[in-house]
Design a binder for this molecule. Structure first.
Ligand SMILES: Nc1ncnc2c1ncn2[C@@H]1O[C@H](COP(=O)(O)OP(=O)(O)OP(=O)(O)O)[C@@H](O)[C@H]1O
Length: 264
């Protein structure tokens, strides 16, 4: 059982969050209230600002303006309190490539201050559940994309955080591993913990999440329970296309040269 996170309270509270890169406004003053104990999807088209938002929420990127609280602690005033309570699988995860998978996890656990015996127990269990036991002594540099995601997820879960943030956790992961990751995350949220993950895959979000926030062009277009965000639309995909203003978009009818097999 995870400690502290009480269902019904906010896991994450964001107010007026802004980030600009030169002339490009990546995140345009957003407010978010992500409830604790839920499986939460942050969805949006390419360039919507999802990674920038998650990076600011997890203390990896300093906002230009605004505030972020995670389980009641300010991320930028109280980073140690926040970092002890969260796990993060960032986009483009950097790992210690010359360690084996097992060494990497043991190192992460020891950095988190867990006793050695507890680290060994949890590492063995996580490697088993994530089907990495056979590759535990292989160097991380030799891991495939999916194996890297799984070892990153194991490192993020090792200290049993209250809130887990995952940037595109299923990208590059085969269906069998995706099912395994899904099972682990469902069990974790069932114990009262919160998962926040970004994705473009609407079917996945619809089948996994209780709660959804839709982003486009740096703004939040909708946030709420899956049913609230879906509204009258038959699927989340349809609701999403309407919300991001792509409902009636031309899908390439002017590419009249494309197809037919003849080189012209
Ligand atoms: N370090 C950076 N320097 C300059 N521009 C950036 C930087 N990081 C992000 N951006 C810009 O900010 C905007 C939001 O990017 P972000 O990566 O947050 O989007 P995203 O929703 O995660 O996209 P995707 O789904 O394609 O990963 C984009 O226009 C991007 O080009």
């Amino acid at each position: 059982m995870t400690s502290g996170a009480v269902a019904g309270t906010a896991a994450v509270r964001v107010r007026g969050l802004w980030k600009r890169f030169g002339q490009q406004v990546a995140v345009a003053g957003i407010d978010l209230d992500l409830p604790a104990g839920k499986f939460i999807g942050l969805v949006g088209p390419n360039g919507a600002g999802k990674t920038t938002t998650l990076s600011m929420i997890t203390g990896l990127l300093r906002p230009d303006h605004g505030s972020v609280e995670v389980v009641g602690h300010d991320v930028w005033r109280d980073p140690v309190e926040v970092k002890a309570r969260i796990g993060v699988l960032p986009e483009g995860l950097r790992l210690f490539e010359r360690l084996s998978g097992r060494e990497l996890l043991v190192y992460s656990g020891r950095l988190r201050g867990l006793p050695r015996a507890e680290v060994d127990k949890r590492v063995t269990q996580l490697l088993d559940v994530l089907d990495l036991a056979g590759a535990q002594h292989k160097l991380v540099v030799d891991y495939s994309t999916g194996m890297r995601k799984k070892i990153g997820l194991a490192a993020a879960l090792l200290h049993n955080p209250e809130v887990l943030f995952l940037d595109e956790p299923f990208e590059g992961v085969d269906p069998v591993s995706a099912q395994t990751i899904r099972g682990v995350l469902e069990r974790y949220t069932a114990s009262g913990a919160t998962v926040v993950f970004s994705s473009h895959v609407m079917e996945l979000v619809e089948s996994l999440c209780d709660w959804v926030a839709v982003m486009a062009a740096g703004s939040i277009r909708a946030q709420g329970t899956l049913a609230e965000v879906r509204g009258e639309a038959p699927t989340l995909q349809r609701a999403f296309l309407e919300l991001v203003g792509a409902g009636g978009r031309d899908t390439g009818s002017h590419l009249d040269w494309l197809g037919g097999g003849a080189a012209r």
